[in-house]
Design a protein around this ligand. Structure first.
Ligand code: AMP
Ligand code: MN
Ligand code: MN
Ligand code: MN
Length: 281
């Protein structure tokens, strides 16, 4: 295992814990380098940084930008960004601004299958009112017994072709990369194994991501099984990307992995965290 976690969420987006508690959990598990990467918002990073400092854990300001690439929704993690950068701030604000209308449309779609007032219920779970997300919908749908857990919600609802799904235009992929780079950060393609595209399209995506200034891809991710770690380890090397790792922790019980530690990268991958991690002497 490596004591590095470069992808985690707090209740500033769709995680359950406040930033300090996520950082503390990671530190207590032995993490040495940690990034908080909330969706489309960096307002939690200062709190997480404070907590990390108390534990002597290195910390990176991060964000996970929601992006559109053609018909696909992708996530681009920015690591070591300056949260005060005006280009990044305005970009993230513009992405957040689209979420309310989308949430209303999702709720309307669920009402058509007899699930009423889901938006109102989901809002109770969104501690950051600008960041209403499918996860908050999922938690409320579990509350009312529409599915047994959030994982099953995402089989019956909220995904393409099912009630509660609506198409949405996020940041363009090139914008998400530009904002991250404007803020001095490294753009990392998040959990590539989650995108439902064939191998040829994936190769086009990686080529584009590289050309537009992306520097790393997540090889180890809470969303990747062993086969995906192998596949994206090979693709990272072939396309000249550094490799990142992150648990994508949201809440205990909602996914397999706790924050703070990740499995090793496949042999031959260049860890993106070598840029930051100070090895103990
Ligand atoms: P949104 O940005 O509103 O589209 O919400 C995306 C979030 O929903 C992701 O970051 C995950 O936290 C969650 N999510 C999406 N798909 C799934 C899934 N299949 N299982 C569990 N959580 C999911
Ligand atoms: Mn999420
Ligand atoms: Mn994601
Ligand atoms: Mn994430």
């Amino acid at each position: 295992m490596v004591p590095v976690d470069l992808h985690c969420h707090s209740n500033f987006s769709d995680g359950l814990l406040p930033p300090k508690e996520v950082a503390r959990k990671a530190a207590e598990r032995g993490c040495k380098l940690f990034a908080l990467t909330d969706h489309d918002d960096t307002r939690g990073v200062a709190l997480a940084a404070e907590e990390a400092a108390l534990h002597g854990m290195q910390f990176l300001n991060g964000v996970e930008v929601s992006a559109s690439w053609g018909k696909y929704t992708l996530h681009v993690v920015g690591l070591d960004v300056d949260p005060a950068n005006p280009v990044l701030r305005a970009g993230l604000a513009s992405v957040r601004a689209g979420r309310d209308a989308r949430a209303q449309a999702m709720s309307d779609s669920l009402a058509r299958v007899g699930l009423d007032n889901v938006l109102e219920g989901a809002r109770k779970y969104a501690e950051n009112p600008e960041m209403i997300s499918r996860t908050h919908f999922a938690r409320y749908l579990v509350e009312i017994g529409a599915a047994k857990d959030t994982k099953s919600v995402f089989k019956k609802f909220l995904v393409r072709g099912k009630p509660g799904y609506v198409d949405h235009e996020w940041a363009r992929m090139h914008e998400s990369i530009d904002w991250i780079r404007a803020a001095g950060g490294v753009a990392v393609l998040a959990h590539p194994g989650r995108y439902e595209m064939g191998n040829e399209t994936m190769r086009v995506l990686l080529t584009e991501f590289r050309r537009l200034g992306g520097e790393a891809i997540e090889v180890v991710s809470g969303s990747h099984g062993a086969a995906e770690v192998g596949r994206f380890g090979r693709l990272a090397q072939e396309f000249g990307f550094e490799a990142s790792c992150g648990t994508d922790y949201h809440a205990t019980g909602e996914g397999a992995r706790e924050p703070g530690l990740n499995p090793d990268l496949p042999i031959g991958c260049v860890p993106v965290w070598a840029r930051w991690l100070q090895e103990a002497a």
